[in-house]
Design a protein around this ligand. Structure first.
Ligand SMILES: NC(=O)c1ccc[n+]([C@@H]2O[C@H](COP(=O)([O-])OP(=O)(O)OC[C@H]3O[C@@H](n4cnc5c(N)ncnc54)[C@H](OP(=O)(O)O)[C@@H]3O)[C@@H](O)[C@H]2O)c1
Length: 273
């Protein structure tokens, strides 16, 4: 079995999606002292520019480019990828971090939000991984970090499409890691538990109920710790990173439980909410 080429974050050149807030902004902050170039992608230009100014003030030699892109829009995505390829950008780290959720049942969801979630959480991840692979290979050793979720380890009623989309990311990432290993590109899937970011505010529907937070206290990790563990796992090309012992344990339990028992537990939890 070939092992992936060693990699150093020093001097790396990273494209981060969803860099305007939460984990994405934290990835930029933790990479800034080590990286030589960052491409920051999201929709909210003022937040991206603010982050660029903040990082540039302490790291004046760091090249930072702000790329405003709605990753739910297939045309905007294509233009982003083609633009980076035409300019032969020297990216050697791709962090597919942008993502969204929707709290509530499928039956009561707005189709436009479900569709946007599939575009962002799955299609954008695949399109950027595929479209930027030639750049990553050209600048190998290189790394891809896919931001999945602990939710990808189990079916989750009232969070069904989100959990399924993150299960997709996990499966895609594991297979891609094996495909890319011999080509000098390490692939890691980060599977965090609940983390304090803007995620919940965006996932909650207007006048909708909050998600079921029983047990979240055991799983929660600060964003800075999640990102530090993710970057270390990515550097080592670990196929999967579960930040925190409780997150790791729960993901293992979900995989090992007989499916009939898992269904019974999920049904009980759903009905007792
Ligand atoms: N927080 C958690 O509890 C948790 C747990 C497990 C996994 N995750 C995953 O972690 C990742 C980061 O989320 P977060 O927790 O940091 O949440 P967040 O603070 O809401 O950040 C989401 C990021 O995605 C960007 N984004 C959303 N829609 C976009 C679009 N259409 N086009 C381009 N960018 C878009 C947002 O930027 P703009 O709005 O400026 O576009 C923002 O920068 C997601 O993949 C999420 O699923 C989060």
């Amino acid at each position: 079995m070939p092992t992936v080429t060693p990699f150093s974050l020093l001097g790396c050149r990273a494209l981060i999606t969803g860099a305007s807030s939460g984990l994405g902004a934290e990835f930029a902050r933790q990479l800034a002292p080590k990286a030589s170039a960052l491409w920051l992608v999201a929709r909210r230009v003022e937040l991206l520019q603010g982050l660029r100014e903040e990082l540039q003030a302490t790291h004046p030699s760091l090249m930072i480019e702000v790329l405003v892109c709605d990753l739910c829009d297939p045309r905007a995505r294509r233009e982003l990828v083609e633009g980076l390829r035409q300019r032969a950008c020297s990216i050697n780290v791709l962090i597919n971090n942008a993502g969204m959720g929707d709290y509530g049942s499928v039956a009561t969801a707005q189709w436009s939000k479900l569709e946007a979630m599939m575009q962002l959480n799955m299609l954008a991840v695949v399109e950027l991984s595929h479209g930027l692979m030639p750049l990553l290979e050209a600048h190998a050793p290189a790394r891809i970090l896919q931001v999945g979720s602990l939710a990808g380890s189990m079916p989750l009623p009232e969070f069904a499409l989100y959990a399924a989309s993150k299960g997709f990311v996990q499966q895609f990432s594991e297979a891609l890691a094996i495909e890319c290993c011999a080509r000098g590109v390490g692939v890691t899937c980060l599977c965090p538990g609940p983390t304090a970011t803007e995620f919940s505010r965006q996932a909650k529907r207007e006048q909708g109920a909050d998600t079921d937070r029983r047990g979240h206290g055991l799983l929660r990790q600060p964003p800075a710790r999640v990102v530090a563990l993710a970057l270390e796992g990515m550097r080592r090309a670990d196929p999967c990173v579960h930040p925190g012992l409780a997150v790791w344990l729960l993901s293992r339990v979900c995989r090992l439980l007989p499916v009939s028992l898992l269904r019974a537990v999920l049904r009980w939890r759903y009905q007792s909410h």
